[in-house]
Ligand binder design. Structure first.
Ligand code: ADP
Ligand code: MG
Length: 719
């Protein structure tokens, strides 16, 4: 009897806990003061569907209602003000549509005009000469007199004669919201109504108490209350701090847990041996000593490949750091274990270049290599597809033609994606599916990602960094020149060609108008030709409109030194390797982003001679452009450039991360809140290390929270 009772009680308790429908999930129309009509606008204009969305609709600033400003201190910089004074005059001016009520307020220091265009009769009744008022509103000037249109008025009595003691939240509101009586102030009223209904059970703590104590964080409920209605600036800042930490910590924890899960549960192909091919190549065919960074990264990769878990690694290496060699040696390990590899590049030119250079390096090793691109002929395609499916080919290079359904492998063991930022996630994922047990994945990028971004956007991948250049490289000198200095720049190219070097001249691609781009390029080409006439000089030109074969011929002629100058659009941005080229001229450089400029510059400085990058721009430049070009001239370090780029552009804009949703923090900003991110990451890692299943009682709040959030984020947005 007693036993049954206990069971029931426990059952009931857990039943209630798991089925409590939080008040925060209520549809917004049920909030007092909203209703169906306003709810509709809130949904459309502010994305507020449920109570919780309103709670998360943070004010973008607060107005200090603790301050009273003397009227004489109001100037053109004044925004919202609160003044205290007596009404000295009230009059109605104008007729019909221009009718307005004007009152004067005097506070001993000066006079303020108060103006109403609406509700005149009603307002007029409440204003008596000599009556003391607390007045609040946005200050402006009319004929040198300060005025407030439609101010908030509060008659001062014995009880309220002092200034209001709080910071009033200001919310962003669209014109539509404002027009329907849902302006910034009303939003505050709704939030206040909502907060009155909530207790700390509705916003339960989700961080372990140890973390709260250690990092001096306020409780979750208090943070949500105070971010809207703080009693002081300090209280507000503490609320912000807490919410930022929570956002960053939870994202780090989620990603850390994903990584942990993958490490402990994912099954991978086991490449147990480093065999004949690898050793033969390493001992007899390696054209140069590997850099320390190359060796280190290879070790990391080998460890992954032999671990029995599927490798999922991001390799970041600055332009020219020698990633191709690492890729080749990883593919040799795959071949040693009887597996095929594929090596996917974003452009035809690059795929072909990889093919040629790998073939050359493999020389007479018994490793068969093939290539498949969009421009392979039907016959070539048939052969390649058959060889792939039957396992005759060991290594296949190519473009995204490789991910087409027709491409089947006998046993794909390793998929390498070069310059990954050019591929979408979905495109990459198609590669993974080409083997029953997913192949090992190595994603390579030469667009360095700042550490903070890597942590947040790619935190679920393991990553390796190649931060060392092959020896003997002489740093590239970068200079900024105005367009009018073009003749000098051309003369400089001549002097370099005289020394036997080659030069690139790059024109921007402005996506809106392919036609204009083309015209620009042709104009540039003619101009360059005038400076460098045949037969003394020969010029290659490559652009997006050419057929693959034509591009290839032009590329090849430059590669073999047949032409001294390459005029091109950014199609050659990634990967192209012509070590003899020593000058990179970038036309209209102000139109390029930092990572792209750095990529382009990386086409020179690949050999053992001194190289130059010249960024040409028009004279008048935006501040951002000036800053970018200055950074280019100051440093060759891709990681530094990536950090600066993130600072200038902000995280929302970085290529490839926009759609990921991973950076959609409400408050946190990975540039400004770097330090919080770092602390949060360490705290998350510690928890994963000690209690990855979150089974400990202290971590229960975390587990409950993560469970409650599963699949939820998108849900509230679907009406
Ligand atoms: P990226 O990392 O930009 O893809 P690449 O793989 O194209 O760089 O290598 C750039 C150049 O450096 C190539 O010419 C390559 O042969 C050369 N290289 C790579 N590793 C070394 C090394 N350890 N020592 C000397 N040269 C190297
Ligand atoms: Mg490369």
């Amino acid at each position: 009897m007693l036993h049954t009772y206990i069971c029931n009680a426990q059952f009931l308790k857990s039943y209630f806990i798991s089925n409590i429908v939080s008040i925060l999930n209520n549809p917004i129309e049920y909030l007092k003061g909203v209703g169906p009509f306003k709810a509709d606008i809130l949904k459309k204009e502010a994305g507020i569907f449920i109570f919780n969305d309103l709670l998360q609709y943070f004010p973008f600033r607060h107005i200090d209602r603790t301050q009273i400003t003397p009227i004489s201190k109001i100037n053109s910089d004044t925004d919202y003000v609160q003044v205290k004074g007596k009404i000295t005059s009230v009059e109605v001016l104008g007729e019909r549509y221009s009718k307005r009520l004007i009152a004067t307020l005097y506070d001993g220091s000066g006079e303020l005009e108060l103006v109403w265009f609406q509700g005149i009769n009603w307002v007029q009744k409440s204003l008596h000469i000599g009556a003391p008022f607390l007045v609040f509103g946005k200050a402006g000037f009319f004929m040198n007199t300060p005025q407030i249109t439609h101010p908030e008025m509060e008659l001062l009595t014995e009880e309220n004669k002092n200034a209001k003691a709080f910071l009033e939240p200001v919310y962003s509101a669209t014109e539509k919201l404002k027009a329907r009586g849902m302006g910034g102030r009303q939003m505050g009223d709704l939030t206040a109504t909502l907060l009155k209904m909530l207790s700390d059970k509705d916003i339960p703590e989700n961080l372990p108490v140890e973390i709260l104590n250690k990092f001096h964080l306020v409780k979750r409920f208090d943070a949500y209350k105070n971010i809207h209605f703080p009693a002081s600036q300090t209280e507000y800042e503490k609320a912000v701090q807490r919410i930022k930490f929570e956002e960053l910590f939870l994202s780090q924890l989620r990603m850390g847990l994903l990584r942990f899960k993958r490490h402990s549960f994912s099954k991978g192909l086991v490449f147990s041996t480093v065999g004949e091919h690898f050793n033969d190549f390493y001992n007899h065919h390696l054209p140069f000593e590997l850099t320390g960074a190359q060796k280190r990264v290879l070790k990391e990769i080998r460890k992954d490949l032999g671990s029995g878990k599927q490798m999922n690694r991001l390799l970041q290496g600055d332009v020219g750091s020698g990633k191709t060699m690492v890729a080749l040696m990883a593919m040799l390990i795959a071949a040693d274990n009887g597996y095929q590899s594929c090596f996917m590049a974003p452009t035809e030119i690059l795929a072909r270049q990889h093919f040629e250079s790998l073939k050359k390096m493999l020389n007479d090793l018994p490793v068969k290599i093939g290539i498949l691109t969009g421009s392979s002929t039907a016959k070539e395609k048939r052969t390649i597809l058959r060889e792939c499916a039957e396992g005759e080919i060991d290594i296949i290079t190519g473009t995204h033609a490789l991910i087409e359904d027709a491409v089947l492998f006998k046993n794909l063991g390793l998929a390498i994606v070069d310059e990954q930022h050019r591929f979408g996630v979905a495109q990459r994922a198609k590669l993974w599916e080409k083997n029953e047990l997913h192949p090992h994945i190595l994603v390579m990028t030469a667009t360095p990602i700042p550490r903070t971004l890597a942590l947040t956007a790619y935190g679920d991948l393991d990553y390796s960094i190649m931060d060392e250049m092959p020896p003997g490289r002489i740093p590239i000198t970068t200079v900024h020149r105005m367009e009018y200095a073009r003749p000098q720049v051309m003369n400089f190219i001549k002097s370099e060609i005289k020394k036997g070097r080659q030069a690139y001249i790059i024109y921007p691609l402005i996506e809106e108008s392919a036609k204009l781009d083309f015209e620009n390029l042709m104009k540039g080409y003619e101009e360059v030709k005038a400076y460098f006439p045949e037969p003394k000089y020969y010029i290659s030109m490559v652009h997006g409109k050419q057929k693959a074969a034509q591009k290839q011929t032009n590329m090849d002629r430059f590669l073999t030194g047949d032409t001294q100058i390459m005029v091109s659009t950014t199609v050659i941005e990634v990967g192209v390797n012509v070590p003899n080229a020593s000058v990179m001229v970038i036309e209209s450089a102000e139109k390029f982003g930092l990572p792209q400029l750095h990529q382009l510059r990386g086409r020179v400085g690949r050999g053992n001679q001194k190289s130059y990058c010249i960024v040409l721009t028009k004279v008048k430049l935006s501040n951002d452009a000036k800053q970018r070009l200055k950074i280019m001239c100051e440093t060759n370090d891709g990681f530094k450039i990536a950090e600066k780029d993130l600072e200038i552009r902000g995280p929302g804009d970085i290529e490839g991360t926009r759609q990921s949703g991973l950076l959609n923090f409400k408050l946190a900003n990975i540039v400004e809140d770097k330090r919080i991110l770092e602390t949060a990451r360490l705290a998350a890692e510690k928890i994963i290390e000690e209690d990855a299943t979150l089974i400990k009682e202290v971590n229960r709040c975390l587990r409950d929270f993560l469970v409650s959030q599963k699949g939820k984020t998108v849900w509230s947005k679907i009406s």
